[in-house]
Design a protein around this ligand. Structure first.
Ligand code: PMP
Length: 971
């Protein structure tokens, strides 16, 4: 192996060429003029020419020691790709004499000069987080290039290149001494050796062809598309073109992707899937992939260490070095065997050639049917009111399950709820790769298959068989390490708690639990111990969530949207978190309805107690309706003395409109633009939020008169003193109605501008509007469905901020904590006006169950001091969000109060151009990081933050940190 050539080649100096010399070369040999700018490069001197005619080119000048045939090979490959693929690559521009490589002498230096077309765009190497779409695009690009180059031949391809993985092993050995730290050196040596050993038996089967060998974020040109997504423009830099293993190309791409993997080796799987779909790989190539990535990461570290040793003060090299080490760390953070399984499975291949191991019973003296399985999954009935957060709960439940027969077992493959982690961006390790057993003392434990015994440091007894390794904890064994056992031999005795785990590989030390994304790969390597236990100890497979969603779409009318394209299946909630079926906790920043938080035991208790006594309608005489009505009136301003009970905000607003009509004798309603009040015919008529209904503005019936939205932040008039300007729109509408002799029925609005994230109305606005409307005989309705009921912290009702008292208050959402409950509070004379039109009756409005729930919500809010929490934690929340304005140019403003906050994102703080796509990206990323958040507002550029009122400081800080992290990704 001519290593010396290889090393010498990698350290050829870059030719010294000035911009003036570049311009001269361009004019003399290509007849081109313009301005040049140097582009960074490792070994070539590159200049971007902006030609006088508008064309853009790259002048490449490399050391004369490069053989021209290699440069010719690059040019041929570029032409080949242009002809045989869809991949955009730079065109080669010939010099005036027709040559496409000029071998010249400049300032006494022998150089080769070439000119290529410039592909406009940017590198995304600096972008910390690259989404799945970029990973897929890189995999696809790599596949397209390899497919097109499969039949490409050129004498210049047979070259010796430092990055060719066929030389990796020798190169690593050669460069290893450059690392002075003995531990670090041993680490590299061991990883390289492991990769080499796995690669060796595969090498003979690996197909060889011409490959680019540097399809990484650095050499791919991108543009941000209209949706802010990265769009691939083309591939450049064919300097590493060589004939080697085909799979080497994808290994280079994947290794580079690890820079962006945030410690998750599985991050690269979509690239492999995408590649394999276009250019199918052999099983051996897929098996070779991770060893090649490990070897590449070792080569990268060593090359950087070598550079750093030559230039110890070069900070750029030092930074690069740290980054190469981080790739190496990820590449070696998982066993090669495990990644092989994950890669094969991702490509749709059977991950393992399974050899079934015949077994005899592990616990032959116990009756398998006497084992009681204990459900520790997300839906388990044993879990209530957060008891899964108590340490040791699973063990206690296992012991309790054993009460009857003395025998109980946890389930293999269960996503255990007790292992969920709230406020975490990482998936929790919930998936059980083992089974725990409760057995009587002195239970004999026998070898289920023949093998050799080993005792491990973590007190496990290992039985290493031919096709399987068994790990047992809790066995008292007289045997020593190295003992050879036959199937059925006694190993020792169990003393109460036993843990059993199988593994198909003797080399691995599998964890007891793994994160859901690893469950398939680890599950293939660590199968269920059901056969040796003699009973079904497997957790039932989870329902296919994607199919369930498809069934929803096929049965549940589609205008009722769901969050996210591929939403997680949420079947449990606790306090301010929602938990999916794999036990991942999501921070809930959306559920303003669940004011008390999810899964509150008082709700379950109250509903069940009242249901078991009575649930009927308001025409019967029962205490709850009286007590609840009185309680609501105590919360209302003085003078409001009548309550209607309904089931939703829509109903409450619809009824409020009817009351206004009945009391005023008119029908014409004034409402505020861009608001939402409900879905019924009347409430929809007064709703003009285009985010909810894009046709809102063109379809209003003639009794609806929207007035300008008093948005003091981005509206027509800005600032807290803009009330007089906004009042003009109200005056105009009222004047027109008066001119037409039309009786005004009323005015409705949210007293804090809710749709835009809780912007305060301009000072004095409601006072004036209420006065003007009342002067014309109309009534004033405050829609407190969202902002009222204590969410604002400082005020119980939103109208308090404006210092007004409405004629009608509507409320819903939080008052039932999710139980359908709505109310209208008004004065007696208004309430009674409706009687002239007949009776009002809502079959389940004010039912005993609803009333008891409504009262319990108020009780809990008081007992748990949730209003205070909204004020204190909400205040902290707002301050934390406001701090983001300084850090992130995208943050335009923070609106709202307490637990009703709006974070508005803009592209430009002057023009306030809404950052709609960025907000969508932010929400999608937050979901990946364990947070539910959705965009709102007419431009969908606002995070409307309205969490359960039990939200903690810890959750707030986690949320703000994650928002900040994602905003940084967008900058
Ligand atoms: N008014 C406002 C201000 C609302 O936000 C909503 C619901 N988003 C409603 C009324 C309608 O309430 P419901 O969905 O309970 O019918």
């Amino acid at each position: 192996m001519p290593l010396t050539t290889l090393i010498r080649r990698s350290s050829l100096p870059c030719p010294q060429i000035s911009a003036a010399q570049a311009l001269q070369l361009l004019a003399q040999h290509y007849g081109l003029r313009g301005s040049v700018k140097e582009l960074g490069s490792q070994q070539d001197r590159n200049f971007l020419l902006e030609g006088e005619g508008g064309g853009h080119y790259v002048l490449k000048v490399c050391h004369g020691a490069y053989s021209p045939v290699e440069l010719q090979a690059q040019h041929s490959a570029l032409r080949h790709l242009a002809e045989h693929s869809q991949v955009r690559v730079p065109a080669v521009i010939a010099a005036s004499d027709g040559a496409d490589v000029l071998s010249l002498e400049v300032d006494g230096q022998a150089v080769h000069v070439r000119l290529l077309e410039f592909i406009a765009g940017q590198s995304i190497a600096h972008v910390a987080h690259l989404g799945r779409d970029v990973v897929v695009a890189l995999g696809q690009l790599c596949a397209q290039v390899d497919r097109a180059l499969a039949d490409f031949q050129h004498p210049g391809l047979e070259r010796i290149l430092q990055w060719d993985p066929r030389h990796a092993s020798a190169l690593i050995r050669h460069l290893l001494p450059v690392i002075k730290d003995a531990d670090a050196q041993a680490c590299i040596a061991e990883a390289a050796e492991q990769a080499h050993v796995r690669l060796l038996p595969l090498v003979a089967k690996l197909p060889t062809q011409a490959v680019h060998l540097d399809i990484t974020e650095y050499n791919v040109v991108w543009n941000r598309g209209p949706q802010r997504h990265w769009q691939l423009q083309g591939l450049i830099d064919f300097g590493d073109l060589v004939s080697t293993w085909r799979i080497a190309d994808l290994s280079v791409t994947c290794a580079a992707l690890l820079h962006h993997a945030e410690d998750d080796p599985l991050y690269i799987l979509p690239a492999i899937q995408a590649y394999h779909a276009i250019n199918p790989l052999l099983r051996e190539e897929l098996q070779a992939l991770w060893p090649l990535i490990v070897a590449r990461s070792a080569v990268l570290v060593l090359s950087s260490e070598q550079q750093a040793s030559v230039e110890p003060d070069n900070t750029y090299i030092q930074a690069n070095l740290a980054s190469e080490w981080s790739i190496f760390d990820i590449a070696t953070s998982v066993p090669i065997e495990l990644m092989e399984v994950a890669i094969l499975a991702a490509a749709g291949l059977e991950p393992l050639e399974v050899v079934e191991q015949p077994v005899v019973p592990l616990l032959p003296t116990l009756k398998a049917e006497d084992f009681t399985p204990v459900d520790l999954g997300v839906l388990s009935e044993h879990f209530q009111a957060g008891n899964w957060e108590q340490g040791g709960i699973d063990e206690r439940l296992l012991a309790a399950a054993a009460e009857k027969t003395g025998l109980a077992a946890t389930r293999y493959g269960e996503y255990r709820l007790s292992r969920t982690v709230p406020d975490s961006a990482l998936e929790p390790e919930t998936f059980a790769l083992h089974v725990e057993l409760h057995v009587p003392a002195a239970t004999p434990v026998h070898a289920p298959f023949a093998g050799v015994l080993r005792l491990t440091a973590d007190a496990a007894l290992l039985l290493v068989g031919e096709a399987m390794t068994l790990r047992l904890w809790g066995v008292d064994s007289p045997l020593t390490s190295g003992a050879v056992t036959k199937a059925g031999d006694r190993l020792g005795q169990g003393e109460g708690a036993l843990m059993v785990q199988l593994c198909r590989s003797g080399q691995l030390s599998p964890p007891l639990f793994v994160a859901p994304s690893w469950s398939a790969a680890w599950g293939a390597l660590c199968p269920s111990p059901a056969a040796l236990l003699g009973f079904d100890c497997d957790a039932p497979k989870l329902q296919d969530s994607a199919r369930l969603l498809a069934r929803r779409d096929a049965s549940f009318a589609r205008s009722q949207k769901h969050y996210y394209e591929a939403p997680p299946q949420i079947e449990r909630g606790w306090r301010n978190h929602l938990i999916d079926m794999q036990g991942r906790s999501y921070l809930d920043m959306l559920n303003n309805v669940a004011v008390l938080g999810h899964g509150h035991p008082r709700m379950a208790l109250e509903a069940s107690r009242q249901w078991s006594l009575l649930n009927t309608n308001s025409r019967f005489h029962y205490a709850a309706i009286t007590e609840f009505s009185e309680r609501l009136l105590k919360l209302a301003p003085e003078g409001m003395d009548r309550v209607f009970l309904v089931n939703s905000g829509t109903e409450a607003n619809d009824l409020a409109i009817r009351l206004a009509w009945a009391y005023s004798g008119g029908r014409d309603m004034l409402s505020v633009l861009e608001a939402y009040h409900g879905w019924s015919v009347a409430t929809d008529a007064i709703s003009t939020s285009i985010a909810d209904n894009p046709q809102a503005l063109s379809t209003r019936p003639d009794w609806v008169h929207p007035v300008t939205a008093p948005n003091t932040w981005r509206g027509e008039f800005r600032g807290p003193d803009s009330a007089p300007d906004y009042l003009r729109s109200v005056d105009k509408t009222l004047a027109t109605l008066a001119e037409q002799n039309r009786q005004v029925a009323g005015f409705i609005c949210e007293p804090v501008y809710g749709n835009a994230g809780g912007i305060s109305l301009p000072q004095g606005y409601l006072q004036q509007v209420y006065q003007k409307v009342r002067q014309q005989g109309g009534v004033c309705i405050a829609d407190e469905v969202q902002v009222g009921y204590g969410r604002l912290g400082r005020y119980f009702w939103g109208f308090e901020e404006q210092g007004v008292v409405p004629d009608i208050i509507t409320m819903a959402k939080g008052m039932g904590n999710g139980h359908p409950l709505g109310a209208v509070i008004t004065r007696r004379e208004i309430a009674e006006a409706l009687e002239a039109e007949g009776y009002f009756f809502s079959s389940s409005g004010g039912s005993p169950v609803s009333c008891r729930i409504g009262m319990a919500v108020l009780d809990v809010m008081e007992e748990e001091k949730l209003w205070e929490n909204a004020q204190i934690v909400g205040g902290h929340f707002k301050a934390q969000l406001e701090a983001l304005i300084e850090q992130h140019p995208l943050v335009g403003a923070v609106h709202g109060l307490g637990f009703y906050l709006g974070l508005e994102l803009v592209r430009d703080r002057q023009t306030l151009e809404p950052a709609t796509e960025e907000t969508a990206y932010l929400c999608d990323r937050l979901r990946e990081l364990g947070i539910f958040m959705q965009p709102t507002g007419d431009y969908l550029n606002i995070l409307k933050i309205k969490p359960p009122m039990c939200t903690t400081r810890q959750s707030v800080d986690f949320f703000v940190a994650m928002v900040s992290k994602v905003l940084a990704e967008l900058e």
